[in-house]
Design a protein around this ligand. Sequence first.
Ligand code: ASP
Length: 716
Amino acid sequence: MKKPFGRVLGKIGISLAGLALVIAGSAYTPEEGMFPLNYLNITQLKNAGLQLDAEDIFSPGKISLTDALVNVGGCTGSFISEEGLIITNHHCVYGNVARLSTEKNNYLENGFVALDKSQELPVSMPCKITQSYEDVSEEVLKGTSETNTPSERISLIGKNIQEILKKERSLYPELTIEISEMFIGKSYTLFRYIYLKDVRLVMAPPLTVGQFGGDTDNWEWPRHNGDFSLVRAYVGKDGKPAAYSKDNIPYTPKKTLKINPKGTQENDFVFIMGYPGRTYRHESGSYLQFQQEIQLPTIQSFYKTYIDWMKELSEGNTAKRLKFAGTIQGMENVEKNYRGKIQGLRRTDVVKARQNQDAALKTVYKTGTPQGIQATKVVKRIEALWEIRQKYGKAHFYSNVFTRQSKALQMAELCLETNALLEASPKNKKDSIIIKFQKNAKKLYPFVDEELERRAFTTIINGIYNHAKDVNPNVKIGNAFSPKSLQEISSSHFFDNQKMMDLIEKKPAKLLSSINKEIVTKIVLDLEPIRMNILNVWKETELELAALMPQYMGFREDYLQSQFIPDANSTLRLTYGFIKSYKPNDGEVHYPYTSLEGVFEKANTLPDYRLPELVQDKLRQKEVPAIFKDPKTGKVVVGILYNMDTTGGNSGSPVLNARGELIGLNFDRSFTATINDYAWNEDYSRSIGCDIRYVLYVLKYVSNADKIIEEMGLNL
Ligand code: ASP
């Protein structure tokens, strides 16, 4: 059953989100919300300025805007030609372009344009296109009220989901079926997708255009980069999704977006459709406190250290820098985002306000009523669980999250697991176990940089040990782990690429049999009981929280008299608002447009504003045709700012005008909007896009890609 259109508006909903029509400015204040399509209130959207009907956005069995939207490798993209051409962000293809680049053919630095389809290069960015969706909460939750423990509940939910998926997959073998949790433990939607695997790079601007401003400008306004790129989706000759093959043909989308190069003015209505990744707007005050005090600072500082190492160790070595490029870019993006969130949480009352609401939930119902007793119990238990997590938090990050950052640690675990498997398996199975081990070990070696891995391993191991003391000051560990043994790491062959690759290739059995004598493994084994304890506590609290959250949210909705919008979860959403200036800090007003003039003003003042003469010359056109210029100011608009509610995953989303025409490409948020993930607010939440005219300008003058412009249906 689908949720009704529109939502019940409550007192807090109205006062917080400012839903009322602002009569004085005749401007309609946008709502917080990345709306699932079945939550759209079309009347409200039309009042705000939309000139489309509901079925133009999504209509089962009919062609609509939804058919032009793709989730492309975790970002959003949209079809802009009948031959499967997709526009998305440069930062979304960045890792792939880095991987395809060499010192000689450095596409990342110089940009890339395929002159014809035979020159397009395969990238690992699968595409998903939403076909239909359905609420399956009832089936997913079937029988859960009879379960006795959180883990029974979760496993029943898992089982129910598998059954539904099995049924659906047999009904729609050509589609990809996913069930997404819309509210933790409470509501679930089944999505049917077309899934295209063969995707190829068509065009990427030079780094100095696509990422102009680098980390200095990332998460900031004003912005002056052309963060866009083009890829193309392919299918098999029969028109069906297929793995890469040179015989594949371009995918014909059901719908393509119309490009409108006429630009916008401040206060124009705009909307975005896309696949926003993750938000946490319905969590408790104690969760937010954990974010502010533990999660964000711990990850931010580890990432900062790791980024500095990568930069230091690849200094002056282009090949190595290209290998690290994707990781550096991804980590810098998160690191700065987390800094923004920490600042945002400190300077707003988001945490305190949620804690106050939680306190109110304990007293809002009449004392002694079943509801009152239960609400108090639920809130108190959630607080207690987060108190435990607050204590275990840092130890958990080192024991789990950061493990992914140490290949040596992963290798030690792989060896130990393989040994355990070998011991438990009959003789005739051993060879295949060793072959599998070789295959997995080869994914870890060679390390891009041996010293980087040594530092990462040592830091993570120290982190687990030191923070295990937060939980238990008398924590005891075995003999292997000691400051002295950490010195031995410097000579361990775990960090010797050549030696390890030889052993994996030629003597895997010997490597495995001697593994317990290796210092890296000895340390990992010593810390194992401590790590396991930390991970178990984490898992148990996770299960209990998952079981409590539906009740908690129910009480909050009831208290706020509001029907919540599900948090972003990488499913298709729509958000709307206006091109809008704002005041991020005392005494600062930010105008919602930037122009090419700003690019030249910034050029070469800082390393991140590096702009080689060649690129600068191409950007400096003597005669710029009127179509590229804003009719009011006569400037080439580069960046646009708007008050829409977006998050990661909305990268590459089309910014659409009232008629659903493409006027820009979303790629970022302002620093103050990084806390959108916890709380959206019209005062500080602004998202950032690249004007479509700048995309066309770069295509024409920097990349000389007239053929692509033609394919987009334009003649410039
Ligand atoms: N630039 C952002 C990202 O990388 C997009 C956003 O989060 O607003 O995810």
